[in-house]
Design a protein around this ligand. Structure first.
Ligand code: 2U9
Length: 343
């Protein structure tokens, strides 16, 4: 039995020596050290041995088991180390290689212009007010002095959802909402930027969805000269300190008197295609808030007066950057967008 055990040890150690991978080692472990293996078999026959032989053979069997176990573990460790080294060699990274450039994004030109306008008015003490894009007929028309029978309602073709609910055609809806919150007490000094919708066929100068920024100031003793001074500051900051503005009479149902405001062209009046050889470019509509509009929003029109204005940021951006088609703002062509990196 002693010789048998020693032979088993020699045989198993040779096989471990010849094993070429972890799978082979595992097969050897099962074959020699498993429950059905030859060593277990030998130990099972120990009952037939004499009392003197039993501890000697028992000790030897345990030594053989330990020797095979030790060799198996040694070789397993070697295989595992080789495996890790192979993996590391395959995954080698050359840290000296130059990196691939990552294109940093930039603001959309329209967002940049809107934020510039917002900052400008915030600097003059205005607050930003916002409201819903899905509006009631009341705030979109009625509260702005456009009753159901008013012919000016034909001026805009709107996206109606029901007879009383529509996509707002102007951000002017935000002003009466904000004024009502003031419960008849001034001052109100807000600008309202946001998306508006009109049923237009898209072309170089029209879009069925576009942006508006409107402003409103309501307080005691607000005069037309306040309107003129404010919008002159705006035009100079936006287009250059050398620019001038002029006011032309106009009509809006929510303001009386109403004006359109032009900024002098950068051609200096010598004539160019942008100002169509007039020397002036229209940039804003404005006026003194109609007393009816003040009263409907809960303000006493004998005590309070106000001015309001409105502009299209797309038009401002087109003039500022020489963009010739409004659709560029909405088609998201990366070649167009990446030209407007803010510094
Ligand atoms: C209230 C009172 C008065 C807002 C105003 C304009 C003139 C104007 C648009 C023209 C085309 C902007 O560029 S556009 O899309 N707007 O010309 N908006 S006065 O007047 C208001 C608004 C609300 C309660």
């Amino acid at each position: 039995m002693e010789a048998q055990l020693k032979e088993l040890q020699a045989e198993a150690l040779l096989k471990v020596e010849q094993a070429e991978d972890l799978k082979a080692l595992n097969e050897i472990r099962v074959a020699y050290l498993g429950k059905k293996g030859p060593i277990t078999e030998v130990l099972r026959g120990m009952g037939k041995l004499s009392a003197e032989e039993r501890p000697v053979i028992g000790q030897l069997a345990n030594d053989v088991r330990a020797a095979i176990q030790e060799k198996l573990e040694e070789k397993q460790e070697r295989f595992e180390k080789q495996e890790v080294e192979k993996k590391l060699a395959a995954e080698q990274v050359d840290v000296t290689l130059p990196g691939r450039p990552v294109r940093a994004g930039n603001h959309h030109p329209l967002t940049a212009v809107i934020e510039e306008i917002e900052d400008l008015f915030i600097g003059m003490g205005y607050q930003i007010a916002e409201g819903p894009e899905v509006e009631t007929d009341y705030y979109n028309f009625e509260a702005l002095n456009l009753p159901k029978s008013h012919p000016a309602r034909d001026m805009q073709d709107s996206f109606y959802i029901t007879e009383e609910i529509l996509l707002r055609t102007q951000t002017s809806t935000v002003q009466p909402r904000t004024m009502l919150k003031h419960e008849g007490r001034g001052p109100v000094k807000i600008i309202c930027p946001g998306k508006v919708y009109r049923r237009d066929n898209d072309d170089a100068t029209h879009s069925h969805q576009f942006m508006q920024i409107e402003g409103l100031v309501v307080d005691e003793n607000i005069r037309m000269s306040d309107l003129k001074g404010t919008l002159e500051v705006f035009a100079k900051k936006m287009f250059g300190e050398d620019r001038k503005i002029r006011l032309r009479p106009s009509f809006f149902p929510f303001t009386e008197p109403s004006v359109e405001i032009d900024v002098s062209c950068m051609c200096g009046g010598h004539g160019c295609s942008i100002c169509k050889h007039t020397g002036w470019i229209e940039i804003l509509g404005a006026g003194m808030v109609h007393p009816n509009v003040l009263e409907m929003a809960g303000f006493d029109s004998k005590k309070y007066t106000g001015f309001a204005f409105g502009m299209g940021p797309e038009r401002i951006a087109m003039l500022k950057y020489g963009i010739d088609d409004i659709r560029h703002f909405y088609t998201n062509d990366i070649r167009f967008l990446k030209q407007f990196k803010r510094v």
